[in-house]
Design a protein around this ligand. Sequence first.
Ligand code: DGY
Length: 322
Amino acid sequence: MKVLVTRRLPSRVIARLEERFDVDLHDGDVLPPDELRERVREAHGLICVLTDRIDGGVIDAAPQLKIIAAVAVGYDNIDVVHARSRGIVVTNTPDVLTGAVAEFTWGLILSVTRRITEGDRLVRAGGWKRWGLDFMLGAELSGKQLGILGMGRIGRAVAARAPAFGMTVAYHRGHHETRLKPGATAGGGTSLQARPVSFDELLVTSDVISIHTPLTPESRHIIDQRALARMKRTAYLINTSRGPVVDEAALAWAMRERLIAGAALDVYEKEPMVHPDLPGFDNVILAPHLGSATRETRTAMADLAVSNVLAVLGGQPPLTPV
Ligand code: DGY
């Protein structure tokens, strides 16, 4: 059987596939759609990344396809409904990246509230003159409220780290999420103290809002002009989920109008493009989609995708179906 892999994976992980299958490994940048359709034609398994658009055309070009294994937890780039209608299993890589994304989210929270990247730019540009009592003051986290939008695995892991910074947690979950049971653990055995609130209360009362919802028709542009206008003027917005959850033009407007204190984004509406106004704001951090980008986690993600392919093409149930 043949497996198409659209991006180089760690060699140890590829070796697991090569033991069992004829592997067609694309070793370059994003496969152009025509070439993707051509190369998937003979494939029984497809391992893809979030920059590959796996639409109905790609799926229909592959009559023998049994599994689409995403090396990502988000799968909004895959037409899952169409795949299911063809009996194709779709899998993702939950859990293995939760800790890495949570750590990165806290990195963004600390960087934007304490102006770390802004200060770094200033020093590099030779703009730092001397220490000053009121120089580059930021906002303290202790005693403030962290608002989590989307209380799935990653949202809970971010929330679980909040007590270390003296923050309380409120959350709002999308309608697709299963209810977080009171006292549920948030990983590492930590008991999570978090208050469920309405979307509006989350906006109005939070000092930092961190987005962890998947991209769905309901969550697209959920952070729009109206939502931004409801936030505290002293609040910060963090997005490590999917870019289109935030209306970037509305965010640029809110920054211009000083409606919020700052924002830190790891994801964008049209990656790798960024709304042209956003780089102009010192209080906006722009990261290049690095949430899960640790050596350990990316290897674990690739490993899990390969395990899913080995299972399904070996006649077993998938480990992590979407
Ligand atoms: C995911 O897994 O969905 C991430 O965005 C990739 O790093």
